[in-house]
Ligand binder design. Sequence first.
Ligand code: TLP
Length: 345
Amino acid sequence: MIDLRSDTITLPTEEMRKAMCEAVVGDDVYGEDPTVNRLQEMSAEMTGKEAAMYVSSGTMGNQIAVLTHTQPGSEVIMDADSHIYNYEAATASAFAGIQPRPLPGIKGILPADLVEGAIRADDVHLPPTSLICLENTHNRGGGRVVPLENMKSIYAVACKHNLPVHLDGARIFNASIASGVPVKEFAACVTSVQFCFSKGLGAPVGSIIAGSRDFIDEAKRWRKRLGGGMRQAGVIAAACIVALETMIERLADDHANARLLADGLAALTGIEFNPAEVDTNIVMVKPTVMSAERFSGELKKRDILTGVMGPDMVRLTTNKELDHGDIEKTIMAVKEILAGYSTDK
Ligand code: TLP
């Protein structure tokens, strides 16, 4: 199988398995797991934040951030295509009791004036705005890197209105490798940041949220309330340390494979997308001669797995389990599927 469904399907490396096996552990709810503590210190340092906390998933990290920053009945500004709005089972409404304010972003870019215009006035009729959420890279936007300048301008608006900003940086290392902007610089534009170890970085479990010491102290209480306090979590955190030490630079290989795939597919008719918009490891295409479901199904018949992201959107996500040969095979398979409908451009 050639698995392009997601980069979450990546398997731990031998070095990760060894580190997991040998991890020195303790009870992390008491703050006594040395491996978790080391991972948190490394993560705080890499994001330039005072403190960091290890959590079980990106969803838990984002939701703890929302819970920590907001109050029930307040409004949270977010992109209508964001992960928090689309793929977290409305947790922010169910648990934090917030009202989402989805804005029409452009592949993850929210113009700062649009954000500012959505901030509520102080009026008894209106829900107070409590938080702005950003996402970089932007998943439904096809893995696009949200430019640092855009984040800076939103942060300036947030500071003016005394609002926190949370970054869903599930793939912030992809953004950094693709743009050359250090993670710290992206993180400097936000109050809190979440990033994932179990995507392109290949570790089996976990995410980090980072922010001020006070924010993390309060976030720890929310993690406990949600049942997310883990005990000898060093066993899984050990793999995340290896991910930070050995797997960041290699994301460039995933980006190169996505480029190869995008260039190959762009030469075909029967699917639409802009190859110039492929910044990282996601290629989001729109089949024009059949439904997304059918296109994905045809690829599956040829042992190629893809993600259906909507009635006319299919996501192909490169990851460390794939090589150039797999990409070539995928291009050939798409060519074959579309052959009945189109010829080369
Ligand atoms: N995304 C998954 C699916 O949920 C769509 C994927 O395959 O891409 N933020 C972003 C931007 C994400 O892409 C994801 C996972 C998360 C948060 C949530 O992370 P997990 O799966 O660890 O809860």
